[in-house]
Design a protein around this ligand. Structure first.
Ligand code: 2BA
Length: 109
């Protein structure tokens, strides 16, 4: 048994959720926030038999795409740094950040 933890962009979340259901893969969605952009994203918890792992990874890969996002760093406060001009920086986000963990025990009551 494996646990797949997948962080995906909110825009891809409905498509991924739909494709997981279509493929008969069970999942839990958690609302999460990226530590760098402080933007909302979605974390999927997917418990799966090891034999189904490739199907899960394929479904995630085909449902999520990479996008460019523009970030404007926070302007510094205080008069000493008034000449500092923040400029937008572009970062590539996603498609999905995926962790695969071994599950020691799985029970449902
Ligand atoms: P965020 O932390 O908001 O990061 C969004 C994007 O910003 C990242 O895309 C990456 O392109 C860039 N980025 C993140 N930290 C950076 C840094 N210290 N310096 C420069 N650029 C940085 P992704 O790598 O595709 O990550 C998308 C989201 O996946 C992340 O949102 C975070 O929520 C999650 N994530 C990524 N790597 C992770 C990790 N090692 N552990 C836990 N969560 C992770």
């Amino acid at each position: 048994m494996k646990l797949v933890v997948a962080v995906v962009q909110d825009k891809d979340s409905p498509k991924l959720a739909q494709n997981l259901v279509k493929a008969g893969i069970r999942a839990t969605k958690l609302a999460s926030t990226g530590g760098f952009l402080h933007a909302g994203n979605t974390t999927f918890l997917i418990g799966t038999p090891a034999e189904q792992l490739n199907d899960v990874l394929e479904t995630i890969q085909t449902s999520c795409k990479s996008r460019e996002q523009i970030v404007t760093p926070m302007s510094p406060m205080g008069s000493q740094l008034e000449s500092y001009v923040p400029y937008p920086v572009s970062v590539q986000v996603g498609g999905a950040t995926v962790f695969v963990l071994d599950i020691e025990q799985f029970v449902q009551y």
